[in-house]
Design a protein around this ligand. Structure first.
Ligand code: KIV
Length: 267
């Protein structure tokens, strides 16, 4: 049986039919396979790999080559979901030709379906150029982690009128420039609702309330593999840290006590 792939058009149709879009992050083959089989509509090869995979305190250090490595592994596993890959910090800001080259490398070398980039007005030229080359682009507004050094904190964005109005303007600009969807991160629920109602393209929220067209979380966070990150918006669906810790300590014990392997597990 062939599986019907999710495309950017599917997402647009889901918005108009009121069906919510489920998105999570993926960075490797094994996890991507489980996520795809579980029915995720979109897998994001997020630059959050810099945090949860490589252990950096921010998303800034991850490179284009590293993102392509993660995206290629995910693409080998996925049969149904739309795979979106983050353009990492420094590969698209300030120079739309450079942005296009970065996006082309991701598409050519990983086989992914789309790219995502952070920011509003200052990335519009890059969005236009990438979209005109036939590459679907997802936007990202609100808390944009690649700009952490500008904002200084990871707290809720656009709580004041001026910043909220700027976000509304940016969302319109991104839609006009050709984005197929926009992530809204850590903004007030009422603002996310307003933006969602205003746009024809779907919004995907993270810490942006229930009115967005879809939701995204970092998989390692929602699985409870990471332990030191507990914002209000994060629902933990499992405590995989505990399950893995138990399995590893039991294995150590078994090896030490020569309970593993048994004769039945030997040749
Ligand atoms: O990199 C990432 O995981 C993201 C999500 C938090 C939206 O951008």
């Amino acid at each position: 049986m062939t599986t019907k792939r999710v495309t950017t058009h599917t997402l647009r149709a889901m918005k108009s039919q009121g069906e919510k879009i489920a998105m999570l992050t993926a960075y490797d083959f094994s996890m991507a396979k489980i996520l795809d089989l579980a029915g995720l509509d979109v897998l994001l090869v997020g630059d959050s790999a810099s945090n949860v995979f490589a252990g950096h305190p921010t998303t800034l250090p991850i490179t284009l080559d590293q993102m392509i490595y993660h995206a290629s592994a995910v693409m080998r596993a996925v049969k149904r979901a739309l795979v979106v890959v983050d353009l990492p910090f420094g590969t698209y800001q300030g120079d739309s030709k450079n942005a296009l080259q970065s996006a082309i490398r991701i598409m050519k070398e990983s086989g992914a379906h789309a790219v995502k980039l952070e920011g509003g007005e200052f990335v519009v030229e890059s969005v236009r150029r990438i979209v005109s080359a036939g590459i679907p682009v997802m936007g990202h507004l609100g808390l944009i982690p690649q700009s952490i050094n500008k904002f200084g904190t990871y707290s809720v964005r656009a709580t004041q009128e001026a910043e909220a109005n700027e976000l509304i303007k940016d969302a319109k600009l991104l839609e006009e420039a050709g984005c197929f969807s926009i992530v809204l991160e850590k903004i007030p629920s009422a603002l996310a609702q307003k933006v969602t109602n205003m746009l024809k393209i779907p919004t995907i929220g993270i810490g942006a309330g229930p009115h967005c067209d879809g939701q995204v979380l970092v998989t390692h966070d929602m699985l409870g593999i990471t332990q030191d990150f507990s914002p209000r918006f994060l629902r933990r669906y499992a405590n995989v840290f505990e399950i893995m810790h138990k399995a590893f300590t039991t294995y150590v014990e078994d090896v030490k006590k020569i309970n593993f392997p048994t004769e039945k597990e030997s040749y």
